[in-house]
Design a protein around this ligand. Structure first.
Ligand code: BLA
Length: 511
């Protein structure tokens, strides 16, 4: 039974966070049958908002709960909402005779229409689109990438009023790094810190690809159960797209341990996959109106497109720069028409083609090494290992020790490698090396010393979390990107040509 799931530190990637069956009390939920518009479920706190017990509402047609005009608005909005994907919104709707004015979110979940209401607070600044237009314009004026991220965090902070807004970017393995931050002074900094994948477990990351924003205005507010927990088909209500969805207790404890009282996050997607999050903290309860959250979400979507654009451009520039260097190099080597040693002479220029910390060349039993690399003996061992494995294509590894245990010995110098085979028969290799990631990262000072530690203990504090990340990535380098593999492939082809030429030359000389 998924709704009876007991979550702890070992199973949190299986916690069904969309089926917790409760909402946060900054609003209330009413679900109706999609076919009959008769009330199927209500959150227990609806009573406080509507002045009627939830049990009395169950089974009523929706227009016996809300004003006819409000129902009309809800129905109209639902038309636009596509199952499981879109949440329609209406702001400032008068819901009851008593004059309750709400911002309303409507979406479909299975056979039910889910209506969520929170108190409407009129926004002076026109609407979401108007708020976001200026934000995006300022963002587009930034030049370098660091500034671009920083301004984005600052804009998000100005819009939402959180004490701290971070941009948290995921790595290939689900771990992440705080790459930008805008914070009120005196609360320390998380900039540059890394956290393991487990801090935002898989099912949450998948959910955040569908649902762009979540807010916890007050982590100590008691969640209100949605009743009945199971419908006549014994089904719980899927709250994936819910605005008010109550949050995993383990995450609440994490926030408590961080000393945070309110949290919000907005997804950043690249090509439909979660690239990162705007992560926002406040050191007191903090509510952001639905209209402003809608603007924050829209800004997140615009930002996502800009990031995608910038990254594509950066990758293209990297590849272009590298190709230019590559072409020059090949021209020079061809003109020199010297012996094989010319590769050795040009090793520094070859190393320059890619972001790396060292480079090694293994040809006919001789090693040439530059920068941070294994020592000669270890390199010989590695070359033998590559030959034994029959590596005859470009091969990128960010953890050499995973397939070749002895590499653990030198992982502090060279943890990752990009291998370029130099002959059609395995044996000779050019190898780019990268150092271990953790060598370049350290816990930055003492941000947010945990004010208290909950029942699950120190594991759920930022410091322990950071240490956990260090453990999980020890012996690994920054991964190699597809662009880099392409560059290496280009190099392989050129070097084979050069080598072919050289061997022809040698033969000609011999004759
Ligand atoms: C959710 N964890 C989250 C979220 C963030 C983080 C941003 C999204 C929810 C939100 O907006 O608050 C993590 N927050 C961070 C990190 C930073 C930050 C890394 O500010 C860095 C500065 N969490 C754990 C462990 C588990 C866990 C060990 O640390 C499980 C064993 C679970 N985190 C967890 C779950 C969610 C979550 C289940 C989903 C919460 C939900 O949406 O219901």
């Amino acid at each position: 039974d998924p709704t009876q799931f007991e979550v702890d530190l070992t199973n949190c990637d299986r916690e069904p966070i969309h089926l917790l069956g409760a909402v946060q009390p900054f609003g209330f939920l009413v679900a109706v049958s999609r076919s009959s518009w008769v009330v199927t479920r209500v959150s227990r706190n609806a009573a406080e908002w509507l002045g009627r017990e939830g049990e009395d509402l169950l089974g009523l047609p929706i227009d016996h709960v809300f004003l006819g005009q409000a129902v009309h608005t809800i129905r109209n909005h639902l038309q636009g909402a596509v199952m499981g994907e879109t949440v329609a919104r209406a702001f400032g709707v008068t819901m009851t005779e008593a004059g309750l004015v709400c911002d309303v979110a409507v979406h479909l979940s299975g056979d039910e229409v889910v209506v969520e209401c929170e108190r409407s607070v009129p926004e002076p600044a026109a609407n979401a689109a108007a708020m976001v237009r200026g934000m995006v314009a300022r963002l587009q004026r930034t030049d370098d990438l660091r500034n671009f991220y920083r301004i984005a965090a600052r804009e998000m902070q100005a819009l939402t009023g959180f004490d701290r807004v971070m941009i948290y970017r995921f790595d290939h393995d689900g771990s992440g790094e705080v790459i930008a931050e805008s914070a009120r002074s005196g609360i320390g900094s998380f900039l540059g810190l890394h956290y393991p994948a487990t801090d935002i477990p898989r099912q949450a990351r998948i959910l955040y690809e569908k649902n762009w924003l979540r807010i916890i205005p007050d982590i100590s507010a008691e969640p209100s159960p949605v009743e009945p927990a199971r419908d006549h088909n014994d089904r719980p209500l899927d709250l994936s797209m819910s605005i008010l969805r109550s949050v995993s207790p383990i995450h609440i404890e994490y926030l408590q341990n961080m000393g945070v009282d309110a949290s919000m996050s907005v997804s950043i997607l690249r090509e439909g996959r979660l690239w990162g999050l705007f992560a926002c903290h406040h050191y007191a309860p903090h509510h952001v109106t639905f209209e402003r959250r809608t603007a924050a979400e829209l800004f997140g979507q615009m930002f996502s497109l800009l990031v995608e654009n910038r990254e594509r451009q950066t990758e293209a520039e990297y590849e272009e720069r590298s190709n230019t260097l590559h072409n020059k190099l090949v021209a020079v080597m061809a003109a020199e028409a010297t012996r094989f040693e010319s590769i050795v002479d040009h090793l520094d220029e070859i190393a320059d083609l890619l972001v790396c910390d060292g480079i090694g060349l293994w040809v006919e039993g001789r090693a040439t090494l530059r920068g941070l690399t294994p020592n000669e003996d270890d390199f010989a061992g590695l070359a033998a290992h590559l030959r034994d494995r029959g590596v005859n294509e470009v091969c990128a590894e960010h953890e050499i020790g995973a397939k070749y245990e002895p590499a653990r010995r030198f992982s502090d110098r060279a943890a990752g490698m990009l291998v370029v085979p130099l002959s059609r028969q395995p044996g000779d290799y050019l190898v780019f090396f990268r150092k271990e990631v953790t060598r370049s990262v350290n816990w930055a000072g003492n941000p947010e010393k945990p004010v208290s530690v909950g029942p699950l203990g120190a594991r759920l504090t930022p410091r322990k979390s950071f240490e956990m990340w260090k453990e999980t990535v020890s012996g690994q380098s920054m991964p190699w990107s597809p662009v880099e593999e392409r560059i290496a492939e280009g190099l392989r082809v050129s070097l084979l040509e050069v080598i072919l030429q050289l061997s022809n030359l040698t033969e000609a000389e011999r004759r």
